[in-house]
Each structure stands twice: as structure tokens, then as C-alpha cells.
Design a protein around this ligand. Structure first.
Ligand SMILES: N[C@@H](CCC(=O)N[C@@H](CS)C(=O)NCC(=O)O)C(=O)O
Length: 123
């Protein structure tokens, strides 16, 4: 039964991911200089996520719209990133944005908070 629920959830998530990919919004355009500056800042960012999680899909969609090529890290069971998320952030919950800046690691949970933060900083 648990396996069936997992399969249905993964299947639905994959369909949502596909539809979201088909209907991707236009990317924010910056000057080449501004885009390079943003991309340099983003080298300190990583998004821990699951491919088929609807909250992660929503967050990846915002990354696309804001033209933010942030490294995606799969935090599913069996992935080495899962342990890093649990140890650094304190729990296994995705999406989680890790920001490594000024010698401090910030682990931001909640898709709404992540999107709002990225919109305010880079939008
Ligand atoms: N309110 C949260 C919900 C996030 C959430 O429920 N994520 C699920 C995956 S869809 C999760 O991480 N569950 C823990 C797990 O599967 O181990 C958000 O918007 O980010």
C-alpha cells in the first residue's frame, strides 16, 4: 500500500513537472554584465529538492522565470546530498535553499519564502 501511494505520488509529480516544463514562463532578461554578476553570486547557492515534489516544481519554475541558474541537488533517499541537508538544515524537507555567504551557511525552507527572497534579491 505504501509503495502504491509512493508510485501514484511520483507519477502525478512527474506529470506536473512535465506540464510545468511545457508551460514555462519567459525568462527575465538582463544585460550580459548584470547576468554575469548574478551568476557569480549564485555560485554560493544550492537548491535541495526532489524532482517530482510540487513545491520544488513551483520553486524551479521561479528559478527559470527569474533566470537564476542555481545548482539543483537531489535530496532523495540514496543521494549523498540528503545527509548534508539533514545535518546542515536540521531536517529532510524540500525545497531548501542553501546560501553560503560571508562565511555563513543559511538553510532556507518553505517554497514561498525561497521564492519571495529570490524575487526581492534578483527580481
Ligand atoms: N510548505 C512546504 C511544503 C514542503 C513539503 O511538504 N515537501 C515534502 C515533499 S513534497 C517533503 O519534503 N517531505 C519530506 C519527505 O518526503 O521526506 C513548502 O512550501 O516548501
Amino acid at each position: 500500500m505504501k509503495l502504491l501511494i509512493k508510485l501514484v505520488r511520483e507519477g502525478l509529480g512527474s506529470i506536473i513537472a512535465f506540464v510545468s516544463w511545457l508551460t514555462r514562463p519567459a525568462k527575465l532578461k538582463r544585460t550580459p554584465e548584470a547576468q554575469t554578476k548574478v551568476e557569480n553570486e549564485l555560485k554560493n547557492f544550492a537548491l535541495y529538492q526532489f524532482f517530482a515534489c510540487p513545491f520544488c516544481i513551483k520553486t524551479r519554475r521561479a528559478l527559470h522565470r527569474l533566470n537564476l541558474p542555481i545548482e539543483l541537488r537531489n535530496a532523495q533517499a540514496g543521494s549523498p546530498h540528503r545527509q548534508a541537508l539533514e545535518q546542515g538544515g536540521g531536517r529532510i524537507k524540500v525545497p531548501c535553499l542553501r546560501i553560503d555567504e560571508n562565511g555563513t551557511n543559511t538553510w532556507m525552507y518553505e517554497s514561498g519564502d525561497i521564492i519571495q527572497y529570490l524575487e526581492q534579491r534578483f527580481g
